[in-house]
Design a protein around this ligand. Structure first.
Ligand SMILES: Cc1cc2nc3c(=O)[nH]c(=O)nc-3n(C[C@H](O)[C@H](O)[C@H](O)COP(=O)(O)O)c2cc1C
Length: 141
């Protein structure tokens, strides 16, 4: 059985709601899923999973959350070669620049994206939650 970790940071719960749908999709597709706040898992442990779903909202000025998520991702980056990864997150007033930059970093690190990143403007609606489930399913293939 494929072991998948869904790892996220959230301030107000929007990215967390997306994380639960990603986890649902992966479980439905038959994966063993661990869902973790980023502060509760080390990058080295994350790197041991078969596939990773990573969720972080746009923070600062179009960057990843800087206190917990950015240091985690920076440590994980050199270990992403050949790893299947899905990205997701919520944003507010921006145009998704944080996600474009994050996608570029992830590809440059040698990861295989399982699909286009899923973004939700503030709270995810039915469409975005369905896209999150589909991301979880795609990670499991
Ligand atoms: C300190 C702070 C910085 C933010 N910076 C951005 C930003 O650069 N671009 C953007 O589109 N939204 C920005 N937002 C909006 C959040 O990304 C948005 O509210 C998102 O839904 C929060 O997700 P969460 O509920 O998972 O924390 C910011 C919000 C906060 C509180």
């Amino acid at each position: 059985m494929k072991k998948i970790a869904v790892i996220y940071w959230t301030g107000t719960g929007n990215t967390e709601a997306m994380a639960h749908s990603v986890a649902d999709g992966a479980r439905t597709a038959g994966a063993e899923v661990a869902i973790q706040c980023v502060g509760d898992i080390a990058a080295d442990t994350a790197a041991g999973f078969d596939a990773l779903a990573l969720g972080c909202p746009a923070m600062g000025a179009e960057v990843l959350e800087e206190t917990e998520f950015e240091p985690f991702f920076a440590e994980l980056e050199p270990q992403l070669g050949g790893k299947t990864v899905g990205l997701f997150g919520s944003y507010g007033w921006g145009d998704g620049q944080w996600m474009r930059d994050w996608k570029e970093r992830t590809i440059a690190a040698g990861a295989n994206l399982c699909g286009e990143p899923v973004m939700a403007n503030e709270a995810p609606g039915v469409t975005e939650l369905d896209e999150c489930r589909a991301l979880g399913e795609a990670l499991t293939k």
